[in-house]
Design a protein around this ligand. Structure first.
Ligand code: COA
Length: 331
């Protein structure tokens, strides 16, 4: 079966830059603490009226432009987000609507920080089996509206941020470029270590005043546990995906690791024995944008000339679920 390959990439982030100093006026934290523990210097947060779908649209238009395609050329949409504009329906159909595309399928994937890798695997399978030709894959998130902006929520609020990235995938050609392999996992035993409790359909009503007063609508995280698992699972998954693709770590041109925390990325780099020129991090400027992180990294690298046709790149992610996974790509 033919590989699927990347035809275009794009990103869109809110204009509003939120510095660590700005956060230190909302909660008991400091620029020094945030930089030292996470590497983050600033992040982007939406202002009222900006939506995930709108960011997804901007990123999509840039990816389509690079691919030399129009919205009407798309055959399907896979939209990764853990922060949809509404409880239902998913963001994919809203994106389809604003792009003005008729009745192509639009699927939402909820796999949090690993959402883009999972979404990519669905799009790749559709293309390989010949079911669809040009598939749009989007990762778009607004985390800032789900953060507790006080000292009680500081261990989470300083990390998460907003943004979107998109790629257009199409059938590969004879040069062998494209997606080589995936490695996907989840471990639900840790579901409550990084989660949002409410609203939820198990509650009557789905969210109560008591739950809101208790802050159950906020993203909650056991940071130490997430750190402990992430630094093991990401290198493990990178090795597995390279092995499945018949490639070696030494051959890697670039590792694009989910930007959860710069310290996590440093441990992953060291574990895999990668040089600085084999990794690319942008968490200093964007924070952790969940499912948007990997397509944002990808677009920056493509546009900066860090990735050229023929290069071996691995994308890897770990996050809520726990869910994690990697994709190996011959660019
Ligand atoms: N500013 C200042 N102090 C803070 C703080 C902040 N933003 N957040 C937490 N603290 C404090 C804690 O209250 C605690 O104080 P105490 O010792 O007086 O109780 C102290 O710092 C240490 O807290 P702890 O949570 O144990 O810190 P840590 O060393 O584990 O670092 C994280 C916290 C969140 C930076 C770290 O656990 C982490 O990065 N984990 C991974 C998170 C992640 O990647 N999430 C996304 C996955 S997709």
């Amino acid at each position: 079966m033919p590989h699927s390959r990347f035809l275009g990439t794009g990103l869109a982030v809110p204009d509003r830059v939120v510095t660590n100093d700005e956060l230190s006026r909302l909660m008991d934290t400091t620029d020094e603490w945030i930089r030292t523990r996470t590497g983050i210097q600033e992040r982007r947060w939406v202002t009222e009226g900006e939506t995930g779908v709108e960011m997804g649209r901007k990123a999509t238009e840039r990816a389509l432009d690079m691919a030399g395609l129009a919205p009407a050329d798309l055959d399907a949409i896979v939209y990764a987000t853990s922060s949809p504009d509404h409880f239902a329906p998913g963001n994919g159909v809203y994106l389809q609507r604003v792009l003005g595309i008729a009745t192509i399928p639009a699927l939402d994937v909820r796999a949090q920080c690993s959402g883009f890798i999972y979404a990519l695997s669905v799009a790749d399978a559709w293309i390989r089996t010949g079911q669809f030709r040009n598939v749009l894959v989007v990762g778009s998130e607004i985390q800032s509206t789900g953060l507790e902006l006080s000292t009680a929520g500081r261990h989470v609020a300083v990390i998460f941020a907003d943004g979107a990235g998109a790629v257009v995938l199409g059938p590969g050609n004879e040069d062998g470029s494209g997606i080589l392999a995936f490695d996907l996992h989840s471990e639900g035993a840790h579901a409550e270590k990084l989660w949002v409790d409410a609203p939820g359909s198990m509650y009557h009503p789905r969210v109560s005043h008591q739950q809101i007063d208790a802050g159950k609508q906020y993203l909650e995280m056991d940071g130490r546990e997430v750190f402990r698992h992430a630094v093991v699972r990401m290198p493990e998954s990178v090795r597995a995906v390279l092995s499945a693709a018949g490639q070696r770590v030494e051959e890697l041109k670039l590792l694009l690791a989910h930007q959860a925390n710069l310290r996590i990325s440093e441990v992953v780099q060291k574990d895999l024995g990668l040089r600085d020129d084999q990794v690319y991090n942008n968490i200093t400027r964007y924070g952790n944008t969940t499912a948007a992180t990997i397509p944002i990294l990808l677009d920056e690298c493509v546009r900066a000339g860090r990735l050229r046709r023929g290069d071996l790149v691995v994308m890897t992610a770990f996050g809520s679920g726990f869910m994690w996974g990697s994709a190996a790509v011959r660019w």
